[in-house]
Design a protein around this ligand. Sequence first.
Ligand SMILES: [Zn+2]
Length: 366
Amino acid sequence: MRKHLKQLLYILLVIGLSVIFFNPLTTFAETVIIDADDLLVRGGPGTSYEPIGHVNTGDVFTIEATESPWLQITYNNTTGWVHEDYVTISTEPLLDQSEDEGESETPTDPPTQSYPYETRISLPVVHVRQEASLTSEIIFKLNKNDHVTIKNEQGDWYQVELDDATGYIKKQVLDFTLTKPVGQSPLLNKTIVIDPGHGGIDVGAISLNDEFESQFAMQTGRVLERYLDRQGANVVFTRDDDYYYSLTSRATLSNYLQADMFLSLHYNSEPAYPSASGINTYYREPGFQALAETVHASLLAETSANDRGVASGNYSVLRNNRRPGLLLELGFLSNQTEEQRIKQASYHEKLAKGITNGLIDYFDMR
Ligand SMILES: [Zn+2]
């Protein structure tokens, strides 16, 4: 009888500890990205447990439980534990889980990413594997700031192009690019109105290859939406399609929603000066000059574009707007080199990242 009582107490203790360690209040599934090569995975939370295998830099797992300083992961269909000193913990939701939420996404939306596009590695080391599997052989290692061309996607993996081979990188590793995870972002729950300039019969500037500013502005808007979405912002478009909406109605939407930010996206053209290039950032009220300077600096840092400066501009979408706002001229369609850049998906990624990081900096300061 005493023995049974002891067993019962032990079971209660285990349940109690489980409640403490398996915190049910966690909003996002936490992801762990391995920072070391040949890191041992153990059968339990301590060095006294048998090693059951190893993981490598860039491998990504969902944290099933924590028992500080040990993290439980699912490894080869069993339970394994890794030490937290050798990993990066991210509160970014795993991509397949965010897809499961579903309700905020319009299912009819076409995929916004077109391939191929070039991106930059933001982690110290990223493994490229022969096949789209964590157990597949590592054929190449990419380092921070290396450029890589993404050819396509395959499930949870990106197919990437190397010198004379094709390899695979786990999606979460490449998407781990922004400075703040979702739960802590100052953009969380901010209403951000994206205004892709022009539209419909108003095509805006026309590029050297007869493409329209209105379409490039929409392309940037779509990528920016993805970046802002990942920060937990509520993104609203002034136009969702290739149709002309009056400038007044765009500003009115921003006022009506009491937007935290209004961003009008444009591309420039100066056919008489084909060498003109770079980015301008315009604000209206003097109170938004700091906002303009912050976003402008971040845009230049990401794109290395020519700095055309920050200025006050008397634009209708800003003049009729009572909310914080900017009008961004993101490059010259009349400049041959810049037009080629604007046609690449990677440029829109850089712009979106620059704007997003600029907004994070701005809201962080307030
Ligand atoms: Zn324009």
